[in-house]
Design a protein around this ligand. Structure first.
Ligand SMILES: CC(C)(COP(=O)([O-])OP(=O)([O-])OC[C@H]1O[C@@H](n2cnc3c(N)ncnc32)[C@H](O)[C@@H]1OP(=O)([O-])[O-])[C@@H](O)C(=O)NCCC(=O)NCCSC(=O)C[C@@](C)(O)CC(=O)[O-]
Ligand SMILES: NC(=O)C1=CN([C@@H]2O[C@H](COP(=O)(O)OP(=O)(O)OC[C@H]3O[C@@H](n4cnc5c(N)ncnc54)[C@H](OP(=O)(O)O)[C@@H]3O)[C@@H](O)[C@H]2O)C=CC1
Length: 429
């Protein structure tokens, strides 16, 4: 197993980094070909992926390093436009590996398909009838996609709810059937939608109602992944701040996010800074993950922090992140986008469950990075120093000029495009 600890990786050139991965056998010949080409997503492939294609929209692909999860090393592919995210994830993963690494766990990959039934003459009776035909309904769902059952998944259970029973509106009352479907290593949207569409005629017959919606729920609260880390305070020490001070600051920051939606949204955005890039790089549906994650952050009746941070009896900082994680290692665009194939090669996970667990570990690290910066130097120092290169490019710097202008911006403590334009003008005179 290759170590994910590659000191100085970020000081190398892109070519050197690729060579290093190839030498460590972390890339296949096909991966190398996909990465080294000037056309990573060929237009003819793109044109088959979505509609009205006129081009592609590339994003930087970086590697989150130092991840040790359940004793296994992970190099994490991250596709993102925002500076300092990859650096921060790698830095926090480095601290957490010194503390023994992340521990993760996850539920079975049970997703939910919903069927909405309206106009039942008797909603209670309709519910009873559906529940009495549970096995028949499960069998119909599985007959619609038998291969999922054959690989150990498929429809497993049915639940029925009545919504707005007391409503007097002509549109309010409805019955909702939930089909619980194990989608194995697929995110499963298409499997689920196929199954609920197949169920609809029988559901109408049994309820004497009318079915409108037949679609998966992105609130995948039976498809959860959780990551935990336990960090002794001495590993959190930062210039001018004791480990205990940083630890306590992080717990105070968590309490702020837990109690105030204005802060929670930003706190959680910082978590998604880590989650979205790996979801995108692995070819998964980040809208589905985003929607589920934010809904889960509201499960206690108000929008709160996705993570929890506390201090254990030994004075260690304990972090935890649990989220719905409807991702796959097959299906969707995963085997279609050549760079997503490379990302899977680098990440080296064997199942969707393992992928989900890595993703929440990265989210937890990212939250720690942002909070540690916020409770010490503030976000601008580390983030803006790295952002200075984008500012230089936005001001017209090219080639070797980019790093020179970026350094001058940091020295001047004025990381803004106006200042960068002045510097570019001086440089090119
Ligand atoms: C940026 C750092 C890491 C610098 O932090 P630093 O203390 O200057 O880092 P360092 O130079 O001591 O290096 C420590 C480690 O960081 C990594 N590292 C260091 N530099 C690089 C680099 N160039 N490229 C890749 N990796 C880098 C690398 O792993 C390195 O270890 P090494 O390998 O050298 O042994 C730190 O300031 C930090 O974590 N800041 C937080 C950044 C952040 O959260 N950015 C997100 C954008 S802000 C936002 O959108 C969310 C927010 C903040 O609003 C959420 C919220 O409010 O909660
Ligand atoms: N609300 C939402 O989130 C919606 C999302 N989508 C989109 O749906 C796509 C994801 O759907 P999904 O059903 O996952 O994708 P696909 O239908 O593309 O692929 C999944 C298929 O892969 C096959 N497969 C091979 N090996 C495995 C394995 N080990 N475990 C599970 N399946 C395996 C299965 O087919 P077989 O059994 O025949 O081998 C399975 O049905 C995404 O692109 C998403 O954007 C679509 C609609 C709504």
């Amino acid at each position: 197993m290759n170590s994910s600890r590659i000191p100085g990786f970020y000081n190398k050139t892109v070519e050197e980094r690729r060579e290093l991965l190839a030498n460590k056998n972390m890339l296949t010949d096909e991966d190398i070909e996909s990465l080294f080409t000037s056309d990573p997503l060929p237009l003819e492939t793109a044109d088959k992926m979505i509609e009205n294609v006129i081009g592609t929209f590339p994003l930087p692909l970086g590697l989150g390093l130092n991840f040790l999860i359940n004793g296994k090393e992970y190099v994490v592919p991250m596709a993102i436009e925002e500076p300092s995210v990859v650096a921060s994830a790698s830095y926090m993963a480095k601290i957490i590996r010194e503390a023994g690494g992340f521990t993760t766990e996850s539920t079975d990959r049970v997703m939910i398909g919903q069927i909405q039934v309206v106009g039942c003459p008797n909603f209670q009776l309709a519910k009873e009838v559906l529940l009495n035909h549970k096995q028949q309904l499960i069998d119909i769902a599985n007959a619609a996609h038998p291969s999922m059952l054959a690989r150990g998944g498929g429809a497993e259970d049915i639940e029925v709810r009545i919504l707005n029973e007391e409503s007097t509106s002509a549109y309010g009352q409805m019955l909702v059937l939930h089909a619980y479907i194990n989608t194995c290593d697929a995110m499963g949207a298409n499997v689920i939608n196929t199954m609920v569409e197949a169920l609809a005629p029988t559901v109408e017959e049994l309820t004497n109602g009318k079915v409108y919606l037949r679609i998966l729920s992105n609130y995948a609260d039976r498809c959860l992944a959780k990551a935990t880390c336990v960090i002794p305070p001495q590993l959190l020490e930062s210039k001018g701040f004791s480990g205990e001070e940083v630890r306590d600051g992080i717990v105070h920051a968590y309490e702020f996010a837990a109690s105030d939606p204005y802060r929670a949204v930003t706190h959680n955005k910082g978590i998604m800074n880590g989650i979205d890039p790996i979801v995108i790089a692995t070819g998964n549906d980040w809208r589905a993950v985003e929607a589920g994650a934010h809904a889960y952050a509201s499960r206690y009746g108000h929008y709160g922090s996705m993570t929890t941070w506390s201090v254990d009896d030994h004075g260690n900082l304990v972090g935890e992140l649990e989220l719905p994680m409807s991702v796959g290692t097959v299906g969707g665009s995963i085997r279609v986008h050549p760079i997503s194939k490379v990302a899977h090669s680098i990440l080296n996970v064997d199942s969707a469950q393992e992928l989900a667990e890595v993703i929440v570990a990265v989210g937890l690290a990212q939250n720690l990075g942002a909070l540690k910066a916020l409770v010490t130097d503030g976000i601008q120092k580390g983030h803006m120093a790295l952002h200075s290169r984008s500012v230089a490019i936005a001001a017209g710097a090219t080639g070797e000029m980019i790093d020179i202008i970026a350094e001058k911006l940091v020295e001047a403590k004025e990381i803004r495009v106006g200042k960068a334009k002045e510097l570019v003008e001086q440089y090119t005179k």
